[in-house]
Design a protein around this ligand. Structure first.
Ligand code: ASP
Length: 418
């Protein structure tokens, strides 16, 4: 059996257990709540997410360093970077335009009588600070998981190593070996995924149930529908039109990474798996992927943008505000910028939504209303976010001749078996 299949089976079993606990009210039982759901299940799931996070920083640093040194032409970095940034911004803007148009068209939230809920604003990151955080003490950046600063340091170090003659070669050889070891570690940890995903799903479903969705069904299903549309229609179209790749193969091979993203709600924690998927399953050259994947996990969040677009229209309708065209355009601009500024961690999208709402003059208390059901949407939009990173990575790699078509076409390439 493939690992992905096993993960999906365990995920469904976890969801079923969680729903059963919620439905029978067993999760309200003190013992269950403290020791089983909030104890055992919580710890198992959390340990797994922490072990993925443990690998992210060394993995990104080492593999990006090796990727940079392996590029034949250092000037290629510029064109890879430029194209990637352009596509990341483009896909986010497309996501927002579709989300805003659709949500406005169906008038999501109109006529709904949900009572406003108090919401305490959290500190968001200013755009200027995002720019300034690109360069930092590498050890501080690594300790804090500041992905952009790690990316910049790894690239500059990689370029310097290629120019440093014999000393550079020694360092490159060391990190090449280190890279192999880290990839082995990724494989080892991935084998624990089924059990962790079981625990995570059981906990989320036990705590949430499906009752919470009822009041917000309009908002919930609009976001969900648009997320599926983006992943199953927009990315396949872009892949086909811009690179001629078979979209069905792409979606099939993304299955594993998508399940990880869904389980962890974090693009960052999923980096090891996304990186492995695009290189070993989809045939992207490591020099490109080691840059585009961590970069995408940090700045490209199409699923998050979709949620923010719908949330703006929903909150405006709840509070009886008519959004003008200028306000809608502001949402597109602000949400695209916000997606650059936030890290790929759980609920980051909600914190960023504050800035967008403030900018268009909508009440941030609206976030309090959608907070309760955000966890399920967070899981799904994270899956879309990383699918976008992988799609753009394939398009850029193909256009730069850094792509192995035979690997892409081979259904068995990079499959992990139990
Ligand atoms: N959890 C999302 C991610 O990591 C970000 C968000 O929308 O909250 O991609």
């Amino acid at each position: 059996m493939t690992l992905t299949k096993k993960i999906i089976i365990f995920m469904l079993a976890g969801a079923a257990l969680g729903l059963a606990l919620n439905f029978t009210g067993l999760n309200n039982n003190e013992f269950m709540n403290t020791y089983v759901v909030g104890g055992f299940l919580h710890v198992i799931g959390k340990l797994f997410i922490l072990s993925l996070k443990m690998m992210v920083v060394p993995l990104v640093f080492v593999s990006l360093f090796c990727g940079t040194t392996a590029l034949r032409e250092p000037s290629m970095l510029g064109s890879i970077g430029g194209r990637t940034l352009m596509f990341y911004l483009m896909t986010t803007a497309i996501a927002l335009v579709i989300a805003l148009s659709f949500a406005t068209l169906i008038g999501v939230g109109q006529g709904s009588e949900i009572a406003p809920v108090a919401y305490v604003a959290k500190e968001g990151k200013a755009f200027v600070d995002v720019i300034l955080s690109i360069i930092d003490n590498p050890f501080k950046a690594m300790a804090e998981g500041n992905m952009l600063a790690i990316i910049v340091f790894a690239i500059i170090l990689g370029l310097s190593a290629t120019m440093a003659g014999k000393a550079g070669e020694d360092v490159i050889d060391f990190f090449k070996a280190f890279n192999e070891v880290i990839m082995k570690m990724v494989m080892l940890i991935m084998h624990f995924a089924p059990y962790a995903v079981f625990a995570i799903l059981a906990k989320v479903c036990a705590e949430l149930g499906i009752g919470a969705i009822q009041d917000l069904a309009g908002y919930f299903f609009t976001v969900l529908g648009l997320l599926f549309f983006h992943a199953l229609v927009i990315y396949p179209l872009l892949l086909k039109l811009l690179s001629g790749l078979n979209p069905v193969t792409f979606l099939k091979k993304m299955e594993g990474a998508v399940t990880f993203a869904f389980g962890t709600s974090s693009s960052n924690a999923t980096i090891p798996v996304t990186l492995r998927t695009v290189t070993e399953r989809l045939g992207v050259n490591r020099s490109v992927a080691s840059f585009t994947i961590p970069f995408g996990a940090t700045i490209n969040m199409d699923g998050t943008a979709i949620m923010q677009g719908v949330a703006c229209v929903f909150i405006a309708n709840l509070y009886g505000v008519d959004l003008t065209t200028t306000q809608l355009l502001t949402v597109v601009l602000m949400a695209t910028m916000a997606s650059i500024g936030s890290a790929g961690v759980p609920s980051a999208g909600l914190v960023m939504l504050q800035g967008v709402l403030l900018q268009v003059g909508l009440p941030i208390e609206g976030i309090g209303i959608i907070l309760g059901i955000d966890r399920l949407l967070d899981m799904t939009r994270t899956a879309v976010n990383i699918t976008g990173d992988a799609a753009v990575t394939c398009i850029v790699a193909k256009s730069q001749g850094q792509f192995n078509q035979a690997v892409y076409d081979d259904p068995e390439a990079g499959v992990i078996r139990e």
